[in-house]
Ligand binder design. Structure first.
Ligand code: PMP
Length: 374
């Protein structure tokens, strides 16, 4: 739904920060569709016992009081889950907010972040809204991280922060442990390994977290934990860094409900692992279907698959899928991903609907390019 903008005369409006005016917003379109496979959420709801436990605790929240400013019980639960202390855990409203806190604390005017495209677009967008410069390195033609390119970017720009993403969104590919350790060794600034899809990976950069190494791992409860609606993300990193983030964190930034929801989630780890297993099985079925349709796709170790429809016109295929009630992510205009789309692994019924729609679209003459981009 489009919200009405008030009719204040343009000359009465305060000028938007000049560097924001040129910045395109980041929006995955929230289009109405029967089958929504565009934002990499879990296709399964959280366990019903978690919902019951949450309802029971909500009744005893002292709502007239501010929540625990340090979210200690939540951070302890997260730390216990990964084998770290609460002092090595920082939590915020989604891992995007964690990234924002890192940029506010270690980026800002006159400083740069390094990203290696194609990757998660908010790794450039969030630095930009915090006034941090962005230097862009490229991945190889096979979309892998390239150590020589990392070296060149580091020596040219000396970035204050370097973002890695493993598994990488939108390619689904993981970086190997030696490569990530080498990037951390080369970096004079902070290395941020975004593991939003970490539960699907064979290894985690959590094994590199150490008070002597400026490296953090970010995670989210929005994906495999089935809690996208709760908005909770966190990082695990050196204790000194977690303490320093206090400087950019608003008082009581995490509400009591989110804290409880997150703390309880970690009581349901086996259920979360079962959901990961189900998604991995379903992903194999989806990949086999893409192969059967002779659609180019990339090997995924996450809950989504990047593919390039054979027409080479990703946008037209995106529209064709939407006309059939299936929404996927259009990456076709992103540098390095010309013609590509990304589909989230859904329930078996959703994946069947996607495959059937794609098969139909690929046999259908595609419309011309005159319609506007999403
Ligand atoms: N990192 C990556 C790589 C993601 O794909 C996403 C979600 N699209 C996020 C971070 C942000 O997740 P959230 O803010 O919901 O925790």
């Amino acid at each position: 739904m489009a919200l009405a903008v008030s009719a204040v005369a343009p000359q009465r409006r305060p000028p938007l920060r000049a560097d924001l005016a040129t910045l395109a917003g980041y929006h995955s379109p929230q289009v109405d569709a029967t089958v929504r496979l565009n934002t990499n959420e879990s296709p399964f709801p959280p366990p019903s016992r978690w919902v019951e436990a949450l309802a029971a605790e909500v009744a005893s929240i002292p709502w007239h009081r501010y929540p625990d400013r340090h979210a200690l019980a939540l951070r302890r639960a997260i730390g216990d889950h990964h084998g770290f202390g609460p002092e090595q855990v920082y939590a915020a409203n989604g891992s995007n907010e964690v990234i924002q806190a890192l940029c506010l604390a270690y980026g800002g005017p006159g400083r740069q972040v390094a990203v290696f495209e194609p990757t998660y677009r908010l790794h450039s967008h969030i630095p930009s809204i915090t006034g941090t410069g962005v230097v862009v390195g490229r991945r190889t033609p096979a979309l892998a991280l390239d150590l020589d390119e990392v070296r060149d970017v580091m020596s040219a720009a000396a970035p204050a922060l370097t973002f890695l993403c493993s598994p990488n969104n939108p390619t689904g590919m993981i970086d190997d442990p030696g490569l990530v350790a080498e990037v951390a060794r080369l970096s004079e600034g902070l290395v941020v390994v975004d593991e939003a899809y970490g539960q699907f990976s064979r290894w985690s950069a959590l094994e590199l977290v150490d008070d002597d190494r400026p490296l953090v791992v970010t995670r989210t409860l929005s994906k495999t934990w089935s809690m996208a609606a709760a908005r909770l993300g966190y990082l695990v990193g050196p204790a000194w860094l977690v303490a320093e983030l206090e400087a950019v964190t608003l008082p009581y930034h995490l509400d009591a409900l989110t804290q409880v929801a997150g703390r309880l989630a970690f009581d349901f780890e086996p259920e979360m692992r079962a959901r990961v297993g189900a998604v991995v099985g379903e992903r194999a079925r989806l990949v086999a279907a893409l192969a059967a349709l002779a659609v180019e796709h990339w090997p995924s170790e996450a809950n989504f698959v990047l593919f390039r429809p054979r027409h080479g016109d990703g946008l037209a295929v995106w529209r064709g899928l939407l006309e059939r009630g299936v929404l996927v992510r259009d990456c076709s205009s992103w540098p390095g991903l010309e013609g590509c789309l990304r589909v989230t692994v859904g329930t078996p019924a959703e994946d069947d609907a996607f495959v059937a729609a794609l098969a139909e679209v690929l046999d259908t003459p595609l419309p011309g390019p005159e319609a506007p981009r999403p």
